[in-house]
Design a protein around this ligand. Structure first.
Ligand SMILES: [Fe+2]
Ligand SMILES: [Fe+2]
Length: 364
């Protein structure tokens, strides 16, 4: 390799040595970590919002007014966190929660900014501009909190080094709509719980969640309107895709939350209750646009989630064991997880009568 190609390769791949542990965590791609997405931006740019124009203009006007303009600033309510003397398990899980939230927020920022940059459609560009603005603020605010602990994530590195997953635009709508709405449901559920039980405020950032989650709510509203522009997106074969994304997004959240027992205990949150609550809210909201919902009351649902957690746990344990035995164990556990997921997918769904006008306001 000559010097020039050496240099080109070094530029394409930022040096890992300069990167801290939390940046490494955020960069890692696993089944359960938040991902970065890319899509067919030209196809998205061709969306015509005429069928939802009245509701669209109202939503854009409220985003333009930027109600959270001055929200993401530290105030006197921001008290110092004693990271040094924190229980090590809690510290590890709180960092994991923050890094995972930061990655999810920043993933939105990267995708929305790219859509804005590549698009020519003024409606689409305006929307994605506002959403990228919000996500940049959210990611920046979490990163400030991490920096206070001396473990800020290098977002420039992350943008370059993280693997991007390609999704067709319709899959972006289903996945992103759901992650915005589930994000809203998670933030508001944590906030309301802490409001009732202030002794569990383990970190000041949770005090910002109430207004924060309204941004996520309106991002979700935008995707609901985008899906409403074309009835084919929520009918026919696509209903099977919606079902797939509902199961995948819901199950991923439950598995991921159960990996943080010390964090939830410190928040005074029962994980089972919390997950049930978040899924119930998200499912209720998603009736605004999805013609089906998962039957969360079916005993097969929670039983399946438990089995999925066990199978994925066994997969991790086998991976950690390594060697041929580990590889075989991992393959078997992986196959088991696949079967359990199929079982969750096959639970009969409930049908919804989708309203003519999808718009909702945050109500929890
Ligand atoms: Fe966000
Ligand atoms: Fe968002």
């Amino acid at each position: 390799m000559n010097m020039q190609t050496d240099l080109a390769a070094a530029e394409a791949r930022p040096p890992r040595a300069a990167v801290n542990e939390t940046t490494e965590m955020a960069t890692e791609t696993t089944l359960l970590n938040p991902r970065f997405y890319t899509t067919d931006f030209d196809e998205m740019d061709r969306i015509d919002v005429t069928p939802v124009r009245a509701e669209w203009d109202k939503l854009i006007a409220s985003m333009k007014s930027d109600p959270n303009r001055s929200h993401f600033k530290k105030t006197d309510a921001w008290n110092e966190t004693d990271w040094e003397n924190m229980d090590p398990e809690l510290r590890k899980e709180l960092i994991d929660f923050m890094v995972s939230s930061l990655t999810a927020e920043f993933s939105g920022c990267v995708l929305y900014k790219e859509m804005k940059r590549r698009g020519n459609n003024p409606d689409i560009c305006e929307l994605f501009n506002y959403m990228a603005r919000d996500e940049a603020r959210h990611a920046g605010f979490i990163n400030d909190a991490l920096r206070e602990a001396g473990i800020g994530v290098n977002l420039g590195f992350l943008t370059k080094a993280k693997k991007y997953t390609y999704f067709r635009p319709k899959f972006i709508y289903y996945a992103t709509y759901l992650s915005e709405k589930i994000g809203y449901a998670r933030y508001i559920t944590i906030y309301r719980h802490l409001e009732r039980n202030p002794e569990f405020f383990i970190h000041p950032i949770f005090r910002w969640f109430e207004q924060w989650c309204n941004d996520e709510f309106s991002h979700g509203e935008a995707f609901a309107l985008l899906m409403k522009t074309d009835p084919r997106l929520t009918s026919g074969i696509n209903v099977y895709w919606i079902r797939f994304f509902l199961v995948a997004v819901f199950a991923t959240m439950c598995v991921r939350d159960h990996a943080r027992p010390a964090f939830h205990k410190a928040l005074g949150l029962d994980i089972e209750w919390y997950d049930r609550e978040v899924l119930r809210k998200t499912s209720e909201i998603s009736k605004q646009i999805f013609p089906i919902e998962i039957d969360l009351e079916n005993p097969r649902w929670e039983r399946g989630l438990l089995r999925l957690r066990r199978a994925l746990g066994d997969m991790d344990a086998a991976r950690a064991r390594g060697g041929i035995g580990g590889a075989i164990g991992k393959a078997f556990a992986g196959a088991r997880a696949g079967l359990v997921f199929a079982g969750l997918y096959l639970i009969p769904v409930k049908r919804n009568a989708v309203p003519e006008n999808p718009r909702l306001e945050p109500a929890y």
